[in-house]
Design a protein around this ligand. Structure first.
Ligand code: MGP
Ligand code: SAH
Length: 263
């Protein structure tokens, strides 16, 4: 794993005992499986990762925030199809040269599915333990070699990219404020732990990328989602179901929005 953190952080990460973390997380699964609040997530473990039994690692927060595999796969395919289509129409060729940034990668639910399609995925998160999980889980799915992992606070990402890699799209699945987000009648996007409007503008202005996907609560304010696209622009809002259950919504902006459907 890479880190743009201080030398102290680098030292502590090189002394980091992954085997101990592995043992602790696996042990914690027993608590997750019986906890009143968490056991529904444990019961869904094969929806989260079909290869769960190969040794998938999740920390406590990831149990309720990781994107279920079928949804992550769908989102990755949709992005791939839209980007390739728009670039081929625009005269640019090779799909293999796309770089995807998963800016809140967590334990890797989305990162893995993007890396199955795209040749280069950059996965960043502020949480060192989650990055360890993401890297480990990517190894289980055979996609780690196409992914670079960095420990980074979202709002300092521009320092990492200055004059470097061009980012073709950014997937944004920020924290929603824990499992209680659903108790609000409607989620105001400016009230999340990280203001979604600020996150969105940061991607456009500081990371120079407007091909964005926002992965949001199913009770989000859709007018706010549309407002972010700006005047005369396109956004595609999709409901993500697992069977009959609405899990979340995804908003696709700019080239990731399938214009043919609308115009
Ligand atoms: P949920 O709404 O907590 O569970 O999370 P459920 O079972 O659909 O709700 P209930 O009505 O049965 O109680 C559903 C999904 O949303 C999770 O599996 C995650 O994919 C996603 N998710 C949940 N949270 C709290 C977050 C979050 O904070 N950030 C992100 N990015 N995704 C989340
Ligand atoms: N899509 C992920 C889940 C993301 S949950 C998956 O499938 O696993 C939201 C993530 O945002 C958490 O992993 C949390 O550590 C991260 N996060 C919270 N604040 C952050 C910040 N300021 N910068 C970067 N990452 C942050």
């Amino acid at each position: 794993m890479n880190s743009d953190e201080s030398d102290d952080d680098k030292n502590s990460s090189s002394l980091f005992d992954f085997d101990l973390l592995h043992a602790r997380l696996e042990k914690s699964y027993k608590q997750v499986s019986v906890s009143r609040k968490m056991r529904k997530f444990y019961a869904r473990r094969y929806q989260l990762f079909t290869r769960f039994d190969s040794g998938v690692l999740l920390d406590q927060e990831s149990w309720f925030s990781v994107t279920p595999e079928a949804i992550a796969r769908h989102v990755a395919h949709k992005c791939f199809d839209c980007l390739v289509r728009s670039r081929v129409v625009g005269g640019e060729s090779s799909s293999s040269s796309f770089t995807v940034l998963d800016a809140f990668c967590g334990s890797g639910g989305n990162t893995i599915q993007f890396a199955r399609l795209f040749d280069h995925v950059i996965a960043t998160d502020i949480d060192f333990v989650k990055l360890q999980c993401a890297q480990h889980n990517s190894n289980l799915y055979g996609t780690a070699h196409r992914t670079s992992f960095y420990m980074q606070d979202f709002f300092s990402l521009h320092k990492m990219f200055e004059g470097r890699t061009k980012i073709d799209m950014i997937f944004l699945s920020p924290p929603w404020g824990g499992v209680d987000y659903i108790h609000k009648r409607e989620n105001d996007l400016s009230e999340f732990p990280l203001d979604t409007f600020r996150v969105f503008l940061y991607c456009k202005n500081k990371l120079n990328c407007s091909n964005l996907v926002l992965f949001l609560p199913r009770n989000s304010n859709v007018e706010q989602i549309a407002y972010m696209a700006g005047a005369n622009a396109c956004v595609e809002v999709e409901q993500n179901f697992l069977g009959h259950k609405l899990v979340a919504i995804s908003a696709y902006y700019d080239e990731l929005c399938d214009r043919k459907k609308f115009f």
